[in-house]
Design a binder for this molecule. Structure first.
Ligand code: UTP
Length: 474
């Protein structure tokens, strides 16, 4: 311990961050050890450089004359040629899946502040009839795929310190929803700093640390040994999504097929913006490189810009759904690769202590938190593609407790999709102008999780169930 302490003190002294040891004399042996362990996790060189360069700089949106071009994307099939391309991709995807080359990765380390739910967001009950949790939906989609392709599928769930144990408990209580290859990997942490760049304390023996953003997926993947394990098993494709979308196609043959056919390193799903000011990140080409621009950084004149035909120029919204080449995923997780993701900063209210050790619960932002974003990996991908998805079929984010992107919109979006499948299959279920029946219905992912599978399963049924309030098709 003494050697570790000496080394750490020297390092923190060198970077002018000794204030975190201000209360050292008051700490007992265990508290000292814990503080040293926390401090040891911080890569001061990398962190300090970025922090110093960011600290005084106010976040700037792009200027309206920044060279920005719309991203090219593969659009949904609209004619015979494009339908043929999609069908071809589907077959390639099916082949990759039957070779057992795909693993699933879910980013579930967020704090879900806006939803205000006690517990991991993935444990939130979201389906209309059975009140299944997000985690259960994804688990059932994976079980369906395991049965179909005849392979176990490895599922990595990225948690953070704040929800790791609760997430594991939730899966334990539910017998992992019948899956046998679920792995929990903890994402890294980054320290919060004062507006002047000094690392903050949460209490006398603890640094104020927070999860390093969904971009932490890469490091967590390598550090946890997940990459080595998949490499040994010949699994080279990662289906990535975020925990807050009940409609997400967890395993999507079309998307996997396009990724494979294009030898892409990182593929992304886009949903076209519903209206010009919609708060979604936009895929585009910035200074000749693919990038996602956050909605808050896109000048309004670009957000509403239209081309000659009247369509929005910057319309390709980011759905947070990607396929990665495993090699590329692990390359970004390797600290020595020379490809560090940029840190994004946000001013926040950070509970802390003052110089006398008195607790401060601020009413206004008093410090800065840093995060990395998964989509920033795009700039490092030599080959990348963007594939359109139908918003109503793949995207229904759960962010807020009420209003937009809330449990209620998720419930409606699910029912709307299930009803659409039923109508296509010939059912005479009553539907209003919003595409909704006057009651709750639900389709189990173990029956089908997309229209194609639903129609084929439904048509094969010897006896089709009558659909009424509370119907559950399983
Ligand atoms: P959000 O940006 O919506 O954040 O995360 P959040 O923490 O879930 O919710 P708020 O902002 O506190 O209300 C988008 C996705 O990225 C994951 C989240 O779990 C969610 O699936 N995420 C976010 C991580 O895995 N780690 C992080 O550090 C941040």
């Amino acid at each position: 311990m003494e050697r570790l302490q000496r080394e750490i003190f020297e390092r923190f002294e060198q970077y002018g961050q000794m204030q975190i040891f201000r209360f050292w004399e008051e700490l007992n042996a265990d508290e000292r050890l814990n503080l040293c362990r926390q401090a040891d996790q911080i890569n001061l060189l990398h962190f300090s450089e970025i922090v110093n360069s960011l600290i005084d700089r106010e976040k700037k949106s792009l200027r309206s004359d920044t060279p920005l071009l719309p991203a090219h994307y593969i659009s949904l099939p609209s004619d015979e040629t494009s339908s043929y391309r999609w069908e071809e991709a589907y077959n390639v995807g099916e082949q990759v899946l039957s070779e057992g080359r795909v693993a699933v990765f879910t980013a579930a380390g967020g704090q879900g502040t806006r939803l205000g739910f006690e517990g991991p967001k993935g444990a939130f009950a979201v389906t209309p009839v059975k009140r299944k949790s997000l985690f259960q939906i994804f688990a059932e989609k994976i079980r369906f795929a395991e049965k179909r392709y005849g392979h176990y599928i490895h599922w990595f769930i990225m948690t953070s310190d704040r929800n790791h144990n609760e997430t594991i408990e939730f899966f334990g209580k539910n017998n992992s929803f019948g899956l046998s290859n679920v792995h929990f990997i903890r994402q890294g942490l980054l320290p919060a700093v004062t507006m002047g760049g000094k690392i903050m304390l949460e209490d006398k023996g603890r640094i104020a640390m927070h999860p390093d953003g969904h971009g932490g997926a890469f490091k967590a993947f390598v550090a946890s040994g997940a990459n080595a394990m998949l490499e040994a098993k010949g699994i080279d494709t990662i289906s990535y999504f975020q925990v807050d979308n009940p409609l997400v196609p967890v395993i999507d043959s079309y998307f996997i097929g396009f990724h494979e056919k294009n030898r892409s390193r990182m593929s992304s799903r886009t949903i076209l913006k519903a209206y010009p000011e919609e708060k979604v990140g936009i895929f585009c080409v910035l200074y000749g490189r693919s990038a996602v621009i956050e909605y808050s950084d896109l000048p309004i004149e670009r957000a509403i810009e239209r081309d000659r035909s009247g369509t929005l120029r910057f319309k390709t919204g980011n759905a947070g759904i990607h396929i990665f080449d495993r090699d590329f995923f692990s390359l970004l997780g390797n600290e020595m690769s020379g490809r560090p993701l940029p840190l994004h900063k946000a001013k926040k209210k950070i509970p802390t202590i003052d110089e006398d050790g008195k607790v401060i619960d601020p009413d206004v932002p008093n410090g800065i938190k840093f995060e990395t974003f998964i989509f920033d990996a795009l700039q490092f991908a030599e080959r990348s593609i963007i594939v359109e998805g139908n918003r109503k079929e793949i995207f229904s984010p759960l962010k807020n407790s009420m209003g937009l992107d809330s449990p209620e919109t998720c419930r409606q979006d699910q029912i709307r999709l299930f009803s659409k499948w039923l109508v296509k299959a010939g059912s005479d279920i009553p539907i209003d102008a919003k595409g909704l029946p006057p009651f709750n219905i639900e389709v189990s992912p173990l029956f089908a999780d997309n229209e194609r599978d639903f129609l084929s399963k439904w048509n094969d049924l010897e006896k089709r169930p009558a659909i009424s309030s509370g119907s559950y098709i399983s």
